[in-house]
Each structure stands twice: as C-alpha cells, then as structure tokens.
Design a protein around this ligand. Structure first.
Ligand SMILES: *Cc1c(COP(=O)(O)O)cnc(C)c1O
Length: 378
C-alpha cells in the first residue's frame, strides 16, 4: 500500500500523460514552452484570478511573494506554528522575523485569537514592523478567512495565503488560492495537485506585483533575460511539468477531488467514535492533502502507528514538532504565546493513507486496524 497512491494515478492517466510528455520531448522547448503559458491560463480560469505566475516550487513562490512586497530585515511576519517548515523558512530567508501563532485542534489551521495576540505583542514592543500574515491552508482545509482577513485588516497587514496543501478546497463558496493579497501553491508530487518533480505558482489580482514576480523569477529580467533590472532568482516551472499538470488538472476537476472527498468521508464516518477526526467547518470543503487523526496521547499514537506499519500500512506524522521547537527557530521570541495546542497535537497526530485512488478494500483494512488498536470494538 502507498501512503499517497501516485502509482495508480499514473496508471489511470497513462495514455494522456505519455502523449503530453512525448509532445514536449518532440518540441524540445524544455523551458518556457507553450504548455507553461497554457497551464497558467488554465489555473487562472480555475481560480478566477487575474494573474498566475508559475515557478520552481512552493517555497520559491512564498519567497517571490514576500520579495514583491519588499519584506525584509526589521519586519515581522506572522506564521502558524503547526505547518511545513517552508511557511516560516521563506520569511527568515528574506531576512524578516517569523512570529508564531497557535492553531485550532479541530481544524489544524491558525487560531485567529492567538494570531491577534502576537500581532499586538509585536506592535507593543515596537522593535519589529508587523508586515504580513502567512495564512496556511493546512491538510487541504482553507484557513478561517472571515476571521484571519479581519485581523489582518485591523492591523494593516498583507495576507500571504500558503495554499501548497489547499488547492481545490473552498471557503464559503470561494476557492482556496484566492484569499491572499498574494496566494501561492506547490506542485510537489504528493500535494492535491502535483507534478512529477518540483513546481509551484503564485496567484494575485494585483498586476504590479505580478509583473515584479515575473521579472524576479527569471534573474530580475527587464525587456529580456539579458536585460537585468533587479536581483532575482532562477525559478521556472519546466515545460514537462506544465504538461503533466495540464493532464492532472483535468483529472482533478473531473473526478479526483470528488473521489478523495468520498474516501475522507468514509474515514470520518467509520472512525469518529474512536479517535478525533478532522473537522471541516460548515461552509468549507477540503481537498484532503492528508487525513490526520488525533489519538488520546503519544503512547496510543505510537501504538496505532506501529500496528499499522506491521500490517503494511504506511503512515506519516504531520508534524513531529512545532516550528518554535525547530532548532533554527529556537532563538525566536514567542511574544507571550506558549503555543500549547501545537505542542500537544504534535505528539498525538497521525496521517493515514488517503488519495483519490485509495481502494475501498485497503481503506476497510486501515479502519479495522485503527479500531482494533484503540479498543473501539473490544
Ligand atoms: C509543501 C509545502 C510548501 C513548499 O512547497 P515546495 O514545493 O515543497 O517547496 C510550503 N508550504 C506548505 C504548507 C507545504 O505543505
């Protein structure tokens, strides 16, 4: 059994996929081929945004967004404590200071009250300039945007939506990837929409920022790659990856998103009485980048994990520690927040296999093993 079944996905898409890749090989336009422009157009239409700028990966996408705003030394950027490292790494990479806010144990996304408290604490101290909030759509579920956008607006902060795991989710009828002043995503293979390597994209309705980012992703180009008007980076989406994504975006819309939601609903139905299952608040939908259950305590989590592993079921722990517990951020000031929810759930959380291609037979086995080990059927 695979944790995220990319083999079955390739088998299902093989004829179209092989043809799409072969077309790039025939054209030999490996960089900036037509497929890149076409994909950007398709993503813009899917989300209903004015600009899509594809790039090398989701981490670069975050860096490009922060650079477009001129975020750097002396600036504070507020980041949830419970997320993948990149959400804060990008902030530190441009020279700014990440400041961590706690998350909700029901949804795993940022707790707007904790967020507001750290913003106030940074402002009161007066050393750093509050600049932006990184709102993360974790595990497929959009952040609580009614509240997050209101907090950001109250303090005049930009919102950078990290939609690396959120592509395909919705919040009150609006698609994830459209909530930030700038939003970013990743096409890492295991994300909701993934390619066959690294890839990413930036979305924004602001044409000026989009033009800046287009320049920065190709060596700060002016009129051409050989006319350089600023310091940028080399961060492009390969033509082959764009072609792969064109095929996958169709499958994603046609059936994958529906299928992964069916699988998640079966888990929730079958496990809600024995573990804490992830909540999807009223008016929201998730794209289920992963399905994360919370066990009673660390010992039960480890026992369930071992039981699954012994029976051939792969699992992951997203994430084993909060960002404030990462060595590189050990010196970051916590501004009065002790981040108890993140610290607690890191010890109890377990991600179990989910994908549009998870067979019902495999899923029944996973459910049975979890129920056995949590004593639900004793
Ligand atoms: C995967 C991920 C990223 C980074 O994407 P890459 O393409 O791997 O650079 C950023 N933020 C979150 C929340 C992610 O899950």
């Amino acid at each position: 059994m695979q944790f995220r079944d990319l083999k079955s996905q390739y088998r299902a898409l093989k004829p179209q996929m092989d043809a799409a890749i072969a077309a790039v090989l025939e054209s030999s336009d490996y960089i900036a081929g037509d497929q890149v422009d076409e994909l950007e157009q398709e993503l813009k239409e899917y989300l209903g945004v004015r600009n899509c700028i594809s790039c090398g990966n989701g981490t670069d996408a975050l860096v490009l967004a922060l650079k477009a705003w001129g975020v750097g030394a002396g600036d504070a950027v507020f980041v949830p404590d419970h997320t993948f490292f990149s959400s804060a790494e990008s902030v530190a990479f441009v020279g700014a200071t990440p400041v961590f806010a706690d998350v909700s144990e029901d949804t795993f996304t940022v707790d707007a009250d904790s967020l507001e408290r750290v913003i106030q604490a940074v402002a009161a101290e007066g050393k750093l300039t509050p600049k932006a909030v990184v709102a993360v759509d974790l595990f497929g579920l959009p952040a609580d945007y009614d509240r997050v956008l209101a907090v950001a607006e109250r303090y005049g902060l930009y919102v950078l939506e990290d939609c690396a795991q959120g592509f395909g989710g919705t919040y009150h009828g609006r698609k994830a990837g459209t909530f930030g002043h700038i939003s970013t995503t990743s096409f890492f293979p295991a994300k909701p929409l993934g390619c066959y390597g690294d890839g990413g994209a930036v979305f924004t309705d602001n044409d000026e920022w989009a033009a800046l980012i287009r320049s920065m992703r190709v060596h700060g180009k002016g009129s051409s790659k050989y006319d350089n008007v600023r310091i940028g980076m080399n961060s492009r989406l390969d033509t082959i990856q764009a072609a792969v994504l064109q095929v996958k975006l169709r499958a994603f819309q046609d059936y994958e998103l529906a299928k992964v939601n069916e699988a998640a609903a079966r888990y929730t139905e079958a496990l809600a009485d024995c573990v804490k299952v992830p909540e999807v608040p009223e008016g929201c939908t998730s794209s289920w980048a992963s399905y994360n259950i919370l066990l009673k305590d660390e010992a039960q989590r480890d026992a369930v994990r071992e039981h699954l592993q012994e029976n051939g079921v792969p699992t992951m722990v997203y994430y084993p520690k909060g960002l404030h517990q990462q060595k590189v951020f050990a010196d970051c000031c916590l501004y009065g927040e002790t981040l108890p929810v993140t610290t607690d759930i890191c010890k109890r959380t377990l991600a179990i296999p989910v994908s549009p291609y998870l067979s019902e037979e495999d899923q029944r086995k996973i459910i049975r093993l979890i129920r056995e080990k949590t004593g639900a059927d004793a």
